[in-house]
Ligand binder design. Structure first.
Ligand SMILES: NC(=O)C1=CN([C@@H]2O[C@H](COP(=O)(O)OP(=O)(O)OC[C@H]3O[C@@H](n4cnc5c(N)ncnc54)[C@H](OP(=O)(O)O)[C@@H]3O)[C@@H](O)[C@H]2O)[C@@H](O)CC1
Ligand SMILES: Nc1ncnc2c1ncn2[C@@H]1O[C@H](COP(=O)(O)OP(=O)(O)O)[C@@H](O)[C@H]1O
Ligand SMILES: [K+]
Length: 491
């Protein structure tokens, strides 16, 4: 499992660790890891470090100090290192002295155009701000950062791409776009959540000894194969279809019969022993998946299920989606609500339920539930998913470029799905996810585990099927068994 901690926690742990170590130890550790990564990148690019041209962009804090010490180590290996100081009077003094001692030189951009400063660089190191930064890049840094990007040099961010918000992944204004980010001690939320994540490029974590001083519960967690493998249900010898769990799907309409087929397609690959379908799409469902148990409704009369998934393709005709969602929400089993089921969803009804609820909005649906513009959700995904979970007393899976999962417990970590791919942005792929997550719920997984495992398998299935080419929603469903095997380490 990968974990991320917010700045205040990182600073507390750093303070405690620093008090136990000789002064400067942490920065030396950070700089050594940073220099090693840069040396590797330079060797990849030109075969050797010696003679490589490295430009350091250095701000007024310790982030600049890291860059300067790493620059000194590279200069010690005969790289040609120059430093551009963004606040000359406030530059890390000991770091600058170390760089100059090792043969580096000052190349401030005051009289030189930004593109001339970075011209010919093999690598630009962004040490403008790290965890102490606030707001986007300041105006004096913007031309340098743009020129670095345009120069063709490898851009390496120190700890975080400067200009992104470490705690949330928000980007207020301009920010560095790095090829690689070398971060210290632990990941920070901003490195894992869009839009900031997009700015970070490939992530490298340098161990500076912080681990034992970080609290056991992180702010974010990112499941890996082994974590998901532990969650996946497996039928036991004495299992029958009912013991494996029955999922009820309420989806589709005369206008969108395909949504019923897609949600059932996901549900059939999610581990439940049987899929019941309730709604007007029964004929289409049976034509494609004859193994489905089909009912005309209402859901409460369709027979026992261990979980419901309601919403995909129910349509927006007044009086259609809402009564179906209400009927399902009145049940005493876990319920997943998606798409049209989310419209007019009443927080008090969800909060009053005796069984858990999982909401799976995309940014537009989340925005409607929160009463804010969609852009606000996309810019601040972490705040949005936490707020929804708290308001509805439900687990919320917020879909999109970064899929996040929050529970109503504000002290519990938010989960970030690492397997997504933009190829998933295809009509109907969310319906597959609903069926899949509902099916995992029916097998008895807690809501946040069902949500996390479903998002993980869904993204992985899309990747395995896509391999760089477009995929359809049904392709994603077809890829689920392979994703499942892949997670469990089977061929
Ligand atoms: N602590 C440790 O043990 C270790 C810390 N380590 C390293 O230290 C970093 C944290 O260093 P830090 O606390 O000095 O803050 P830092 O990120 O350099 O930025 C703050 C400075 O920038 C300025 N500034 C703010 N916003 C700005 C903006 N938008 N645009 C431009 N300038 C802006 C702000 O000044 P202001 O002008 O706001 O007064 C202030 O001077 C951390 O990320 C890691 O790299 C590692 O060595 C491991 C051990
Ligand atoms: N840019 C993206 N990167 C990764 N995944 C994405 C992106 N855009 C959408 N997705 C994923 O694709 C799926 C789309 O679901 P949804 O928005 O409900 O679409 P639909 O209603 O057409 O089924 C979700 O799993 C979402 O996380
Ligand atoms: K930085």
């Amino acid at each position: 499992m990968r974990t991320a901690y917010r700045v205040e926690t990182v600073r507390n742990a750093e303070r405690e660790l620093m008090a136990r170590l000789p002064e400067g130890t942490l920065m030396r550790r950070a700089a050594a890891g940073l220099a090693a990564t840069c040396a590797g990148l330079l060797r990849d690019r030109r075969g050797r470090v010696s003679g490589a041209r490295v430009v350091l962009l250095v701000g007024s804090g310790d982030n600049g100090g890291d860059a300067l010490y790493a620059g000194a180590l590279l200069a010690g290996r005969s790289a040609r290192v120059s430093v551009v100081r963004l606040a000359p009077a406030r530059t890390h003094a000991a770091g600058l002295a170390a760089l100059l001692d090792a043969g580096g030189r000052i190349a401030d951009a005051t009289d030189t155009p930004a593109d001339a400063v970075v011209a010919g660089a093999d690598l630009v190191l962004d040490g403008i701000t790290g965890i102490g930064g606030h707001g986007g890049l300041r105006p004096e840094a913007v031309p340098l950062v743009r020129a670095a990007r345009a120069s063709g040099a490898v851009v390496v961010a120190v700890d975080l791409p400067s200009g992104v918000t470490a705690d949330s992944g928000e980007v207020a204004g301009e920010a560095v776009r790095a090829d690689v980010t070398v971060t210290f001690g632990t990941y920070k939320p901003g490195l894992l959540i869009d839009p900031a994540r997009e700015h970070a490029g490939v992530l490298r974590l340098v161990d500076i000894g912080l681990g034992p001083l970080l609290p056991p519960v992180p702010d974010l967690e990112v499941l890996q194969h082994a974590d998901v493998a532990r969650l996946l249900p497996e039928p036991a010898g004495e299992s029958d279809k009912y013991r494996r769990g029955v999922i009820g799907i309420v989806a589709g309409s005369a206008r969108y019969p395909g949504a019923a087929v897609l949600a059932v397609a996901g549900a059939l690959r999610g581990g439940a022993g049987a899929v019941r379908y309730v709604g007007p799409g029964g004929d289409a469902v049976i034509a494609r998946f004859p193994e489905t148990l089909v009912h005309e409704g209402p859901p409460s009369k369709a027979g026992r299920v261990q979980a419901w998934a309601v919403g995909p393709g129910l349509g927006d005709e007044p009086g259609t989606a809402e009564p179906l969602a209400s009927d399902v929400l009145a049940s005493d089993v876990p319920v997943l609500v998606d798409a049209d089921g989310l419209r007019l969803l009443d927080a008090a009804t969800v909060r009053a339920r005796s069984a858990p609820t999982l909401l799976t909005p995309h940014a537009g649906e989340a925005a409607a539930l929160l009463g804010v513009p969609r852009e606000e959700v996309e810019a601040g995904r972490l705040a949005a998913v936490r707020e929804l979970a708290s308001r509805y007393g439900a687990t919320v899976l917020l879909k999109g470029s970064t899929t996040l999962i929050a529970t109503p417990d504000p002290t519990a970590p938010v989960r970030v799905n690492p397997t997504g791919t933009p190829w998933l942005a295809t009509a109907g792929s969310g319906d597959i996810l609903s069926g899949l997550a509902g099916s995992l719920l029916a097998t008895g997984l807690p809501t946040h585990d069902a949500a996390a495992a479903a998002a993980y398998l869904h993204g992985l299935a899309a990747r395995l099927k896509s391999r760089g080419a477009p995929v359809s929603a049904l392709d994603v469903a077809d890829g689920l068994p392979a994703a499942w095997r892949n997670v469990r380490g089977e061929a």
